[in-house]
Design a protein around this ligand. Structure first.
Ligand code: FE2
Length: 212
């Protein structure tokens, strides 16, 4: 987190970076907006309605956005090959002319990082638990802008103040709204009730403000 903070200084208005983590998978195909990335049917439905903009608020068209999170049992698909469908809770999207994209998923949950090796010994020695605050991973890339590797945290997670890898930044705590509106749910094709979050990803142009 310290190296990341030093290497990815951005204007205050730009979306902050945070750690990539070990469970990113390259090469997912681009899916149309509205796709449901939850393939195992577990968890509370969540709609993510996002916009990619630059630091002046102008929409960024054609940004490519990778998304991934654990399933509702707290594991990534790659940790449970054969138990979860391949590609469960993963997707790649592209922003439209207004910089927008949206997808269906499930509300993220907290999960323990693998603690059966040296990391587990370190955590035990330090008297720390292995739990990560509930989050969704994003990588947002667009030509002419610095790539952002970031997270959106669920605002009601009990581990926000004690994320085991210190990945939480206040600006990355999302606003999640519980929507109970069967007509709206029906019109966008999601189960009712559902959670809704509408994050902006604010990109810094390459070269803005000098190196980095
Ligand atoms: Fe994660």
């Amino acid at each position: 987190m310290l190296v990341d903070a030093i290497n990815h200084r951005r204007p205050e208005t730009a979306t902050e970076n945070t750690i990539l983590g070990p469970f990113f998978v390259e090469g997912m195909p681009v899916s149309p907006s509205g796709t449901n990335i939850c393939l195992d049917g577990k968890g509370e439905p969540l709609v993510v309605q996002a916009q990619v903009v630059d630091i002046d608020g102008a929409p960024v068209k054609g940004a490519v956005i990778d998304v991934w999170q654990t399933n509702d049992d707290g594991f990534y698909d790659v940790q449970q090959k054969g138990l979860q469908p391949d590609g469960n809770l993963r997707g790649k999207f592209q922003s439209d002319a207004q910089g927008r994209f949206w997808f269906q998923t499930v509300k993220p949950r907290d999960y323990p990082i693998p603690a059966d090796g040296p990391v587990g010994k370190l955590l035990t020695t330090l008297g720390r638990h292995p739990n990560r605050a509930a989050h969704i991973h994003f990588i947002v890339q667009a030509a002419g802008y610095e790539t952002v590797i970031t997270l959106i945290f669920s605002p009601d997670c009990p581990y926000l103040d004690e994320d085991t890898v210190f990945g939480v930044k206040e600006s990355l705590i999302g606003q999640f709204e519980k929507v109970n509106d069967s007509r709206l749910a029906g019109s966008i094709g999601v189960p009712n009730p559902f959670w809704l979050t509408a994050p902006d990803f604010v990109l810094k142009p390459v070269g803005y403000g000098g190196a980095n």
